[in-house]
Design a binder for this molecule. Structure first.
Ligand SMILES: *Cc1c(COP(=O)(O)O)cnc(C)c1O
Length: 393
């Protein structure tokens, strides 16, 4: 099948067929889990030729190539993908691909916390000027901050914990002024609901730990780049040595096959739960991109085709202790970090979320929840009993 024929296929078909090549899988449906450091060559001439498909375990195996190809083929306008041992390492490897000594880098104020920590510690130590912008302000948020030496503009949309939606096309247009690379953390929407490279971004990063894996049993990250960025990304990935283990890569590929059915269900159930929460007197606000009334919602409607299972809500006027009692009283929501697995989770978002561009002052404790694949009626009944029991008198 030609590439343009492939592009016409529906996303569910592409998820099932992506990366399945006879040279990788033989007669089998799935590729082997190749455990390899050493790759053997027939002759010295072969070894020196520079065009062997595989040379060393860290530099690629049929298992790695199958997942790389699968992610590249489901991402619009992608030239290639690299696989890293975690989402965070995919973010840091991507940053190292585009920054240079003394340059300037912009990140959204609502960026994933551990990546903010990397930027504020490692990158500032290396002389990178790290600056944060207000994600909701869109282009206006970065316009005054953009510099001729801005090499990298990071976007995470919606933002971690607070779910601000970023105006990516506006940021892409501004990035051209200083030739900056635009990197999008697309973990929340995945390529199924948002295609950042088609909107002009250069690299899409996923924590495959979340929806790609989908079963809370692996750590893995991926970075998929357009033609402009791919070579630089691939070279840095090689220089960095950020390779991942074959079992995790295999499980990510296996997760990918069912990602559409899982995400459709996460979307539907999360909306059911979020709409129920909207009507509860205890709830001051629901932070869900498809239920927002503000600017973020309009951008989400324009640039996204769906929403996933992660959102937050605010318990208006409750104390932290009351919110903790509510969480402790839940039976079907686990109390744990991460998300994107089949199971429901809830956490209390810190009131001290680090924000430097715009202060963060919620009207009460913020609960972030991941709605899993359970029956939504059971989840709602659980929330109802826990809210009623923990409610302040
Ligand atoms: C979890 C997460 C990451 C980091 O991924 P790990 O696989 O845990 O390292 C990055 N970005 C976002 C938005 C995340 O939620």
């Amino acid at each position: 099948m030609s590439e343009s024929d492939e592009e016409k296929l529906g996303v569910a078909t592409r998820l099932v067929e992506a990366g399945r090549r006879p040279d990788l899988t033989g007669p089998f449906v799935n590729p082997p889990v190749v455990r390899a450091s050493t790759v053997l060559f027939d002759t010295v001439a072969d070894m020196n030729s520079g065009n062997a498909p595989y040379t060393y375990g860290r530099r690629g195996t049929p298992t790695i190539v199958a997942l790389e190809n699968a992610l590249t083929s489901i991402t619009a306008d992608a030239a290639g993908t690299v696989i890293c041992p975690s989402g965070l390492s995919a973010l840091t490897t991507t940053a190292f691909a585009f920054i240079e000594a003394g340059c300037h880098m912009l990140l959204p104020d609502c960026v994933y916390g551990p990546y903010r920590h990397f930027a504020d510690t490692m990158l500032t130590r290396l002389g990178i000027a790290v600056e944060y912008y207000d994600a909701i302000a869109g282009a206006a948020g970065i316009e005054g901050r953009l510099r001729p030496d801005t090499r990298l503009i990071h976007v995470e949309s919606p933002g971690s914990n607070t779910f601000e939606v970023v105006d990516l096309p506006a940021i892409v247009a501004l990035a051209k002024r200083s030739d900056a690379f635009v990197v999008v953390d697309n973990t929340w929407a995945t390529p199924l609901f948002h295609q950042p490279l088609a909107l002009g971004a250069d690299v899409m990063v996923l924590s495959a730990t979340k929806y790609v894996g989908g079963h809370a049993d692996i750590m893995l990250g991926t970075a998929t780049a357009n033609e402009r960025a791919y070579k630089q990304l691939r070279n840095t990935h090689g220089a960095n040595g950020t390779t991942a283990g074959p079992d995790d890569i295999y499980l990510a590929l296996r997760g990918l096959r069912t990602m559409k059915v899982r995400l459709d269900r996460h979307q539907e159930s999360a909306l059911t739960v979020a709409r129920w929460l909207l009507d509860r007197p205890e709830v001051a606000a629901v932070l869900h991109p498809s239920l927002f009334n503000g600017q973020g919602h309009t951008i989400w409607q324009r640039d996204f085709t769906g929403s996933s299972g992660l959102f937050a809500f605010i318990l208006g006027g409750w104390s932290e202790a009351e919110a903790a009692a509510f969480l402790d009283g839940l039976h079907h929501f686990g109390l744990g970090y991460s998300w994107g697995g089949f199971e429901s989770l809830a956490i209390l978002v810190s009131r001290d979320l680090k924000r430097t561009a715009t202060p963060w002052r919620p009207a009460g404790p913020v609960i972030r929840m991941h709605v899993g694949l359970e029956d939504p009626a059971d989840l709602i009944a659980d929330l109802e009993q826990a809210l009623t029991r923990a409610k302040p008198r």
